[in-house]
Design a protein around this ligand. Structure first.
Ligand SMILES: Nc1ncnc2c1ncn2[C@@H]1O[C@H](COP(=O)(O)OP(=O)(O)OP(=O)(O)O)[C@@H](O)[C@H]1O
Length: 704
């Protein structure tokens, strides 16, 4: 068996790591079982490489081991028992512990239910589950919370008034406005802007009279009594209330659903709650820390939370006490060069009371385990993220596994508590709870899913496309692609459209090159660069990152933006770090721009690469000192997670492959803030949307 596995490694089917692990355990097993153990170990390790935390023994298909063609796969099983018998065969071997039978020793493989793990990953999963169980518990909210929440989430009529004005303008342009239709639109706007969920309770004639008569936003406050809180439901307020009532909370939502806005209000509420609990002179401000998985995401969080805190409707003194500086999880935990362990862990916990983790979908199982392990027992953990995005690069889908519990709705107790805190009637909401029996996991009470996007207008194509993709409905996806929305340009693939894509990309980067030519500061140049990106599903080939970056560079040379075709380094070369360098503080995914540094040595200026650090500062490094990196006019959708671009171009290969999944397409599309240029065959898009990524893990089972 080892020989066959070695051959598969040479063919690139297995990683060297898979083979070495298989060899390690096979050599420690009785001869009678060494072939089976080698195969099973290689399978677990191979699955881990594909992001699965464990091997589901009852889902093994003899026809497609390691994704091999059926004939080769079946041949591998020659002389071995059928997969259905593997659990029994593995039982009792010295390298496997069976949890269900109470085995305690630390063996390389762990059998738990029908799942086979590498010991380390089993341990990570147990740790995450037990910490979440422990922290997914209620926390008594202060008595002032309902009024604090009302202050932070006031009803505002500004957006409704603006919408009514626009409607009036549109109507005045028409020869004979359709009054019936306009009244309906007004009603829709009231429901949308005031979050009405029980329209049937309202007196619409009286409401409409006020809408028609209003000459300024303040006059709409006459609606206060006509549209009571109990008929409305603002999920952002519910999310903040939920997070106040729990030690562990997850707020998930697509782009622009207000996760950052909500968490800024939540932090203000926690600061105000601490004030209320304080006595005498001393004010107990909670120590709040903000983190994200990558430097880029942390920098974005610093910027967006800074803006959200600035516009909080609270006393400036409260605002001042909410930090906006974010860092990476690595930095928070204190990475030690050349070691996997961090400075902070169970025995040396973090010094904080509240931790906010943004882009939590990118946090893999080992990192989540380490983070939870380092949390002090009293602290509050808030995860923000988009459950529908691609799962983490490394194994696990922690956010997805946790968010799956949202389908259970809230327990009756939590529903009542949230209704009291917010003034909304959650029991009347079809979005909470499932009818009948309510066996709700404590985790379900710690979740809130935000659905309404404030970034994408209801008529925005990007918003509609994202929704259709998430629903896995190729028919709707196709309709949106072909509808002709202003913010989506869809091109089928052809030699001509391929060239159009290169030209457009280069054209979009003109502002960026202009910023360099005009001698703008590195921060501004980096900002100009981050307005555009070409996203690819693949790395290699005509539709992959490597080839496309070459094509773009050649085109830039042709139009004179870049000097020589064979120069590796030139002013304006954008690069992305592909390997962490703790010493330099540069991490996988960080983006830098090569620019002539005239400040350090004006007589003899050198080319240096400028990076924006998570705290917003700029650091420059000589190209020769950089860790591994690559050019980044085009990047993979995977690497684009945690970033957004005003103009996003996205290209899919001409042939479908299983790498193209619903989550991949959704992640790519939702990177676009203003315009999406999609270069793909409709059939490839449709097939991708049908394919969901499922990651094997036991977390949901442990949390249930
Ligand atoms: N309740 C609201 N009413 C009006 N505008 C809102 C509301 N909530 C958020 N916004 C606006 O919508 C935009 C997106 O909000 P925010 O950045 O909080 O969303 P997000 O979910 O964190 O976005 P991202 O996915 O980009 O991280 C911001 O401009 C914000 O001011």
């Amino acid at each position: 068996m080892l020989k066959r596995l070695q051959d598969l490694t040479k063919q690139g089917v297995l990683r060297q790591l898979d083979y070495q692990f298989a060899k390690f355990v096979a050599l420690r097993s009785p001869d009678s079982h060494s072939s089976l153990v080698a195969l099973v170990a290689a399978l677990v390790s191979h699955e881990l490489g594909k992001g699965h935390v464990c091997l589901m023994l009852n889902k093994i298909s003899a026809q497609s081991l390691f994704g091999l063609p059926s004939r080769v796969s079946v041949a591998l099983l020659d002389g071995l028992p059928e997969p259905e018998q593997w659990t029994a065969e593995l039982n009792g071997l010295p390298i496997v512990s069976n949890i269900e039978q109470g085995d305690q020793q630390a063996t390389p493989l762990v059998l738990d239910g029908g799942r086979l793990y590498l010991h380390r990953y089993w341990h990570f999963e147990q740790l995450v589950a037990s910490k979440l169980h422990h922290t997914a518990q209620p926390v008594e909210p202060a008595a002032i919370m309902p009024s604090v929440l009302n202050e932070l989430f006031p009803r505002t009529y500004t957006y409704l008034y603006q919408a009514l004005q626009q409607l009036k303008k549109a109507d005045s342009g028409q020869a004979s406005p359709n009054e019936m239709n306009t009244a309906e639109i007004r009603r829709k706007e009231v429901c949308d802007k005031l979050d009405v969920v029980r329209a049937e309770l309202l007196n619409w004639d009286e409401i409409d009279a006020i809408l028609i008569a209003a000459t300024k936003a303040e006059e709409l406050s006459a609606l206060d009594g006509l549209v009571p809180q109990a008929a409305c439901l603002n999920w952002q307020k519910v999310a903040a209330a939920m997070a106040i009532t729990r030690q562990f909370a997850v707020i998930s939502g697509g782009p622009g659903t207000g996760k950052t806005t909500t968490v800024a209000k939540l932090l203000a509420a926690l600061v105000m709650q601490a004030d209320h609990g304080s006595t005498g002179e001393e004010v107990a401000t909670p120590t709040i820390k903000l983190v994200a998985p990558t430097g880029k995401a942390a920098a974005r969080l610093t910027e967006s939370i800074g803006m959200a805190v600035q516009s909080l409707p609270v006393d400036p003194e409260v605002r001042k006490r909410i930090p906006t500086q974010s860092s990476t999880i690595h930095r928070l935990l204190g990475s030690v060069p050349n070691q996997v362990d961090f400075r902070h862990h169970h025995d040396n916990p973090l010094h904080l009371d509240v931790l906010v983790v943004d882009e939590a979908s990118m946090v893999d199982l080992p990192m989540m385990a380490r983070l939870l392990d380092a949390m002090p027992p009293h602290a509050k953990l808030i995860l923000l993220g988009d459950r529908d995005q691609l799962a983490s690069v490394e194994a696990g889908a922690v956010l997805g596994d946790i968010c799956a519990f949202s389908s259970q709705g809230y327990s009756r107790q939590q529903e009542q508590l949230l209704s009291q805190l917010t003034g909304f009637d959650l029991a009347g909401s079809h979005l909470t709870g499932i009818d009948g029996a309510r066996a709700v996991s404590p985790v379900a009470d710690s979740l809130c899913m935000l659905q309404k996007s404030y970034r994408f207008h209801a008529e925005s194509g990007i918003g509609k496309l994202a929704k259709a993709i998430n629903n896995g409905n190729p028919y709707h996806v196709e309709k949106v692609c072909q509808h002709g929305f202003k913010d989506i340009n869809h091109y089928s693939l052809s030699a001509e459209s391929y060239q159009t894509m290169i030209n457009m990309t280069v054209n979009f980067y003109r502002d960026y090159f202009d910023a360099i030519e005009l001698g703008k500061e590195p921060k501004e140049v980096l900002k100009a660069f981050s307005a555009v990106r070409l996203l690819c599903a693949l790395r290699e080939g005509d539709f992959g990152v490597v080839g496309l970056n070459h094509r773009i560079e050649r085109e830039l040379v042709r139009i004179g933006k870049v000097g020589q075709a064979d120069e590796t380094w030139y002013e304006g070369r954008p690069i992305m770090i592909t390997r962490n360098d703790h010493g330099l503080g540069l991490y996988n995914g960080d983006i830098g721009i090569a620019m002539i540094d005239k400040k350090v040595n004006p007589e003899n200026p050198h080319l240096r690469v400028f990076f924006e650090m998570p705290d917003g500062s700029i650091r420059s490094v000589l190209p020769s000192r950089l860790p591994e990196h690559e050019t980044v006019y085009a990047m993979t959708i995977h690497k684009s997670q945690g970033s957004e671009f005003a103009d996003t171009l996205m290209v899919l290969p001409s042939e479908f492959s299983p790498i193209l999944t619903r989550e991949l397409i959704y992640t790519g599309v939702t990177r676009a803030k203003e315009k999406l240029y999609l270069f793909a065959l409709q059939d490839v898009i449709n097939r991708s949307v049908r394919l969901r990524t499922e990651r094997a893990s036991g977390l949901a089972c442990l949390l249930g």
